[in-house]
Design a protein. Sequence first.
Length: 222
Amino acid sequence: MGNLDLSFFTWDLVSKFLVKGFVFSVELTLVAMAGGILLGTLLALMRLSSFKWLSYPAAIYVNTMRSIPLVMVILWFFLLIPFLTGRPLGAEWSAVITFTAFEAAYYSEIMRAGIQSVARGQVSAGFALGLTYGQNMRMIVLPQAFRNMLPVLLTQTIILFQDTSLVYAIGAYDLLKGFETAGKNFNRPVEAFLLAAIVYFVICYSLSSVVKKLQLKIAIIR
C-alpha cells in the first residue's frame, strides 16, 4: 500500500477518460430503467392475468431471466445476435437492449408486489363505478402501486447503475472502462481500480441515502 500514488487523479484525467464513461453509464441506467419499468409493468399484468396463455409465458420469461447471471446474458446477446443476423449490433446497443430486457424481470416482480398491495376493496369499488379493467388499472391500481413501490424501484435502479460496469465485458466505454483506460495510460492500474471503487461507493451510497429519506417521507404521508 505504501507504493500507492494517487497524484495522477487530476481534472485532466477526469475530463479525458471518465466523463465519457460516466455519461454512458448514466444514460444506460436511465434508458434501461424506463424501458424495464414499462416492460416490467406489462409482464406483471400478464402474470396476474387469469388467462394462462398470458401468465405462463410471462412467468417463464421472468424466472428464466432471474436465474441467469447478467454478464452471461450480455455475452450471449452480444455474440449471438451478430451470428443470427450476419452483422454486428455494437456494444452500446447490445448493452441497452440486454439491460432493458434483463431488468424488466426484476421490475416486474416489484410491480407485481405493488399491484397486489393495493386493497381489493378499491378494485371492486372501481368495477362497481363502471370502470373497465384497463381504466381500473390506469386510474386506481397502478398510481398507488407506483407510490408504494417507489423506494424499491429506485433501489433496483441503483443496483442497475452498479451493474452497468458489466458492459466492460463486451468493450463498451462505461465509467469502469474509463478508469481502466486511465490506469493503463498512467501505468497505475491498482490506483485506478481503487478510485473506481471509491467513486461507485460515493455515488451509490448518496443515492441510497436519498431513497431512505424518500421512504420516510412516504411513510409519514401514509
